[in-house]
Design a protein. Structure first.
Length: 231
C-alpha cells in the first residue's frame, strides 16, 4: 500500500467513531481530507452529522461535498474531532502544524469529547522532533519573539534552526492572521517542558505540540489499520 492508501484506510476506519447526530470537528490536510470525503459520502446516505472545520480549506471541501456545517460560536462542545498529524509518539503526543492550521485545530480538538488521529505508518516516531515544530506568532515583533523562542530552546538544552515560514516569497499568513516560525530540532526529549515554555512567551499564540489532547490513533499499514488507545 502507498502512504496515501494507508491514509484512506485510516480515514475510513475513523467513521466508526462517529455516530448519527454527532457534532464533528474536521481536521486540515491531505489525511483529514480523506476523512471529510468519506464522511460526506456516508452523510449522503442519510447519516446526519453537523461539522466544524479547522480551516477555510476544510470548510470549502466539506460544505462543497454537502456536509452540514456549524461553528464553535453556535456549538461550543463537540463529540469528536478527526484530524491527521505530522508525527506521533508512543505517549500520544503529536506534532501538528505543517498545514498552518494548528491554532484552530487545537481549539477544535480541545472542544471535543475526544480526538481521533488518523495517519499512515510513516508518522509514528520513537520521539518527537523529526518534523519541524510550527510556532504561531503575532506579526508584531516577530524577530523579538524568535529570539525568546531560541532562549526557550536553550533552556531545554535544545538547538533549533528557526525559519519564518514563507509562501510565494512572502510571510505565510494563517487563517487567524498570524505568522509561523518553523523550528527544525531533530529530537525533543521533553515535549511537555517545551510546551510550557513556549506558551509562556509573549507573542507566541500557540504551537504544534499537542500534549494530552489525542486519545486514539488509527494508523494505516500494509497489514490494515492498527488502533492505539491511550490508557
Amino acid at each position: 500500500m502507498t502512504a496515501d492508501d494507508q491514509k484512506k484506510a485510516a480515514a475510513a476506519a475513523a467513521l466508526e467513531f462517529v455516530q448519527a447526530g454527532n457534532k464533528v470537528g474536521l481536521g486540515t490536510g491531505s489525511t483529514a481530507n480523506h476523512f471529510i470525503t468519506a464522511l460526506a459520502e456516508k452523510a449522503r446516505g442519510g447519516f446526519d452529522v453537523e461539522c466544524v472545520a479547522t480551516s477555510r480549506a476544510s470548510f470549502q471541501l466539506a460544505s462543497g461535498l454537502g456536509l452540514r456545517m456549524t461553528t464553535l460560536e453556535k456549538q461550543s462542545h463537540l463529540d469528536v474531532t478527526v484530524d491527521g498529524t505530522d508525527e506521533f509518539d508512543g505517549n500520544f503526543q503529536l506534532i501538528k502544524g505543517g498545514g498552518g492550521a494548528l491554532l484552530v485545530e487545537k481549539i477544535v480538538a480541545t472542544s471535543s469529547r475526544y480526538m481521533v488521529v488518523i495517519a499512515d505508518q510513516s508518522k509514528k516516531v520513537d520521539a518527537l522532533g523529526k518534523f519541524p515544530l510550527a510556532v504561531e506568532v503575532v506579526p508584531f515583533g516577530v524577530n523579538a519573539t524568535a529570539w525568546k523562542i531560541d532562549r526557550a530552546l536553550r533552556i531545554c538544552d535544545l538547538k533549533g534552526k528557526l525559519q519564518l515560514r514563507l509562501m510565494d516569497g512572502k510571510p505565510f499568513v494563517t487563517d487567524s492572521g498570524n505568522a509561523i516560525i518553523d523550528i527544525t530540532i531533530g529530537h525533543i526529549p521533553e515535549p511537555r517542558r517545551l510546551d510550557n515554555l513556549l506558551k509562556s512567551i509573549p507573542g507566541v499564540v500557540d504551537h504544534g505540540l499537542f500534549i494530552d489532547i489525542c486519545g486514539i490513533v488509527l494508523m494505516g499499514t500494509d497489514d490494515g489499520v492498527k488502533t492505539f488507545r491511550k490508557g
